[in-house]
Design a protein around this ligand. Structure first.
Ligand code: UD1
Ligand code: CA
Length: 465
């Protein structure tokens, strides 16, 4: 589409979403880690529309804050202080519309609309009329119903709350809320909207009957897929759409050769770049931006967030990786926790119950069991014994631990930072290292073992105590 074409989008997001029973504005609830309204914005941007008006109201500051990082467009924020319905919401946009332009209206709670269906809507539109997306649903509950005249032309939209039992049951064609209309007509019709007597709301959908009375061309079109037009009014509908979206993402990855053991137990909340022969076992969650190299295995129950993973890496089950980088042939987990700033060079091994933060481990270094490594620079081929802890925090500040190449740290050692352990040093098990250790030095700090003579284990005296 030409950017010079006069077109803008109005996205409605002012409603509280009472039926969600949540303190978060409805349109900020996420699908695949992204607010619903952001999905709508992205579809509009993909279409090439650069003038986007966003109607905000309930907890508007939350909305502004959450949506302030738009990469492609800047949003025109229009406030609707009190929410008197969708007609009243669009009314707020009137001063911002250009003369005789096309206006695409979308609802922030109909999140999965695609740009390709919207593109078809643009093509369906005829001058001075209305083009709207409708759908035939076997279960139309919760949606406004499309009323057609005796010639099959769309005549009006009947909101569900105003429909009688028969209309609710018999009319399967529903209003998706998404429509395209000429700005001059829209403004004229909006100015004639009346408040509904029952719920004191002003319905945007009432412009349809006005257009019909004027014999303006009203055209409808069906979406490519039904999920695109499903609205979210409650949490149950939200999670339904989440699953649909996740399965779709999993299918795309499968088609690109990523072996996902069970597409119904896979969650991608962001972007995944991957190489060849990647295997992802069940219940894996991928968040933010994650890059995975070739021949990587990710075990059951792992979570990867903003991570870069090289080739031939194995991540055993229940490992949590966030803000970390893992180079080729490393093995991590099970139950490992790599936090922000962790870098594992090639062939590193991090085993169960090891936590790393802001720590680099050099090639072939190992921390096999039960350790905390924080703010540490660890050289090549270092062995970190089970239970080793870098004591990096003195209660006020964090300090660095430097461990150079070929160091051996015995089990259950505490390294009190700031500290440097030079090449080839050996720390005996159970040592509390309080000052720097020289090259090849062997140190140990633990009391010698001695027997206690004539000591007997106590025996139980009174069973009632
Ligand atoms: C609306 C339609 C219905 C359609 C359905 C599709 C109307 C009157 N009804 O009903 O025909 O089948 O969507 O999902 O349009 N909003 C505002 N300001 C307001 C009220 C709402 O910005 O004063 C926003 C909400 O944040 C939401 C959207 O408009 O994003 C739709 O509002 P909602 O109350 O959910 O309408 P529905 O009852 O679903
Ligand atoms: Ca809705």
């Amino acid at each position: 589409m030409l950017q010079s074409e006069k077109i803008s989008a109005v996205i409605l997001g002012a409603g509280k979403g009472t039926r969600m029973h949540s303190s978060l504005p409805k349109v900020l609830h996420s699908i695949a880690g992204k607010p619903m309204i952001q999905h709508v914005i992205d579809a509009v941007v993909k279409l090439g529309i650069i003038r986007i008006h966003l109607i905000y109201g309930y907890k508007g500051n939350n909305l502004k804050q959450k949506l302030s990082h738009q990469q492609v467009v800047s949003l025109n924020w229009i406030s609707q202080l009190e929410q008197y319905g969708t007609g009243h919401a669009v009314f707020q946009a009137i001063p911002h519309l250009l003369n005789n332009e096309k206006v695409l209206i979308l609802y922030g709670d109909v999140p999965l609309i695609t740009s390709s269906t919207l593109q078809r809507l643009l093509e369906r539109y005829q001058k001075s009329g209305i083009a709207l997306i409708t759908a035939k649903l076997s279960n139309p509950n919760g949606y406004g119903r499309i009323i057609r005249d005796s010639h099959g032309k769309i005549m009006s939209i009947l909101e569900e709350k105003n429909a009688n039992v028969q209309q609710k049951r018999n009319i399967k064609e529903i209003n998706t809320g998404i429509l395209l209309v000429n700005s001059n007509n829209l403004i004229r019709w909006l100015n004639h909207l009346m408040y509904n007597k029952k719920d004191k709301e002003c319905y945007l959908t009432d412009i349809i009957s006005m257009a019909w009375k004027e014999k303006a061309p009203i055209h409808s079109l069906q979406p490519n897929s039904i999920y695109e037009i499903q609205g979210v009014n409650n949490i149950s509908q939200l999670i339904q759409l989440e699953r649909i979206y996740q399965k779709k993402q999993a299918q795309t990855l499968l088609s690109l050769g990523v072996m996902i053991s069970d597409p119904s137990r896979f969650d991608l909340r962001g972007k995944l770049l991957h190489g060849k022969d990647v295997c992802i076992d069940t219940n894996v969650i991928i968040e933010g931006e994650v890059t995975i190299g070739n021949r990587v295995f990710i075990g059951n129950g792992c979570m990867l967030k903003n991570a870069i993973i090289g080739d031939d890496v194995i991540i055993h089950p229940y490992t949590l990786i966030e803000g970390a980088q893992i180079h080729n042939k490393s093995i991590v987990g099970p139950f490992a926790h790599l936090r922000k700033g962790s870098v594992l060079e090639q062939e590193v091994h991090i085993g169960n119950f090891v936590e790393t933060k802001n720590t680099r481990l050099g090639k072939k270094s190992k921390a096999g069991h039960l350790s905390y490594l924080g703010d540490a620079e660890i050289g090549i081929a270092v062995n970190i014994g089970a239970g080793t802890i870098t004591c990096n925090y003195d209660g006020a500040n964090k300090h660095k631990t430097t461990i150079r190449d070929n160091v051996f740290i015995g089990s259950d050692s505490q390294l009190i930072a700031p500290l440097t352990i030079e090449n080839g040093a050996t720390i005996g098990a159970g040592t509390t290292v309080t000052s720097d250790v020289a090259e090849n030095e062997v140190i140990i700090s633990r009391i010698r073992q001695f027997p206690i003579l004539n000591w007997h284990r106590p025996t139980k005296k009174n069973k009632n105590i």
